[in-house]
Design a protein around this ligand. Structure first.
Ligand code: 4IP
Length: 124
């Protein structure tokens, strides 16, 4: 059958990372997809419905996690996505991939901020 047209905005970056749960703190391998409005994670690449979408308008900062304690100490290539309601701890497969995620998310957040107001209004 023919390839389906993309359902949403263009994908800026995607790939598997490991993330920590908020309350139970368990680490799960998830497929992450960044587009210009959100970063979503899925149980696997084939899934259509995300487990969660983090809106980029709610993202305050994304950076390498250098201050570690508890089970974060055991994780390399760890970065955090800080929102007003939650900090997401995400482990990339390599230092390069971690830096690439941080750069991509930070760039998308910045682009969203500098985009003309009426466009983000129409698309939200
Ligand atoms: C779950 O742990 C998973 O880690 C969930 O992650 C997570 O939800 C839950 O966080 C956590 O309790 P168990 O599978 O061991 O129950 P995922 O959604 O990737 O499956 P988040 O909010 O991180 O997506 P809490 O905060 O509901 O405990």
């Amino acid at each position: 059958s023919a390839t389906k047209p993309p359902a949403g905005p263009p994908v800026l970056k995607s790939g598997y990372c490991v993330k920590q749960g908020n309350v139970r703190k368990s680490w799960k391998r998830r497929y992450f997809v960044l587009d210009e409005f959100s970063i979503s994670y899925f149980k696997c690449e084939q899934d259509k419905e995300p487990l969660r979408s983090i809106l980029l308008k709610d993202v305050c900062k994304t950076h390498e996690c250098l201050v570690k304690s508890g089970d974060l100490l055991m994780r390399d290539n760890l970065f955090e996505i800080i929102t007003s309601s939650r900090t997401f701890y995400i482990q990339a497969d390599s230092p390069e991939d971690m830096r690439s995620w941080i750069r991509a998310i930070t760039g998308a957040v910045q682009a969203l901020k500098t985009r003309p107001r009426e466009i983000s209004f129409m698309r939200s």
